[in-house]
Design a protein around this ligand. Sequence first.
Ligand code: UDX
Length: 452
Amino acid sequence: MRISVIGTGYVGLVTGVCLAEIGHIVTCIDIDALKINLLRSGKSPIYEPGLEELIVKNMAEGRLHFTNQYNEGLIRAEVIYIAVGTPSNEDGTADLSALEDAAIAIADQISNDVVIVTKSTVPIGTGDRLKAIIEYNKSNDSVSFEMVSNPEFLREGSAINDTFYGDRIIIGSDSVKAAEMIEEINKPFQIPIYKTSIRSAEMIKYASNAFLATKISFINEISNLCEKLDADITEVAQGMGMDKRIGAHFLNAGIGYGGSCFPKDTNALMQIAGNANHDFELLRSVIEVNKKQQNILTEKAKRRFGSLEGLKIAVLGLAFKPNTDDMREAASLTVVTDLIKSGAVVSAYDPIAIDNARKLLPEEVEFLSNIEDAIQDADCVFILTEWPEIVNFDLELYVSKMGKPVIFDGRNCLDMTKIQELKIEYHSVGRSSIYLNHSYPVSPLPFQGNKK
Ligand code: UDX
């Protein structure tokens, strides 16, 4: 099949490259000429394991092309995927301007019958709106087109794997023929396909992300309660997850969710609900809980030290999660800014997000190129991202570099037994703190009964 993909951001590029990998002839279009030049030279503009190799391979095998010209990119396309960004407006609504520009370019260029697929996350009803825009602006009256909504569920850092081994492919269309065509394109992935209406497909994407965000905020609230009642969140989550109705995934307590999707999509769904005169109270709380959760580590440190003024704090991990250089809505943005405001001296390390972090974090932050240098003579350590390198870092080095290390682990990722052995002071999320080689509940529940 001859496919064009508009937008070479995260979703567009991964989609285009993977469709080429399963045998389709794909042209990726982007208005950013610099990005297109970079891609033509076989380089990926984003960090994503395995992506660059697939770009090089599929270009060499003649299935993958890049252009910044709509006319060149859309000519003779049988299917056009729209995968441009839908960033947040100030009020939380999705900014659809790039999407509408793409629709107008399509209307201007199409010269044969075509199926138009929306990959971007869009408010419910956008498929209908795009259809009207294209119909109105179409320059060639003799061509016809059908709309499909085919939302993506890719996780950064494992996007290639998710494309090939995802849980489901959602194909929303009001045209049986168009849905069958997209089903045919996706068959080689061997992933269960579920066909719906366009609006249901658009809703599935928002509902899925909002549900996952809810799971995270829920477990974070339970972890806060565990601290107060001396239960251990790791055991609680494990025990809960054994119930198949709950599921074992997405029950890791920590300093809240970040990234390019959950914060943006939960806010957008709040706005969508509001516009439909529906007060989505539960989702509002999910968002609020997440904001509060980003502060818990700093609050613990303030309680522990009294003041953070002049304290040397090493921050390990800045990206919103491991295996990505993405800093969008990363908890580190809130945490580090707060630490600097509180007078702390911050040294920071991340395996690959430092270049992006430098542009966003306060200029007082000193960036180091390895963990050892970042923790040298620090008063305490904040772990914000569970990179394997940070999880597997030799704990004895904390002792030799810091003397009496104090660690605040925002991802519950260190080995508590080893920490106890080394007498390291350790504060995590939803678990007792380890202090002077003892484990202390935050507030023990007193026995108030009378002896019988
Ligand atoms: C997410 C969805 O998983 C994906 O399906 C969607 O299409 C895009 O958004 P992504 O943003 O790449 O993907 O990251 P994900 O792995 O889902 O993690 C999101 C955030 O939640 C991270 O900050 C992560 O640290 C946090 N998280 C995740 C938790 O705090 N606890 C968990 O148990 C899981």
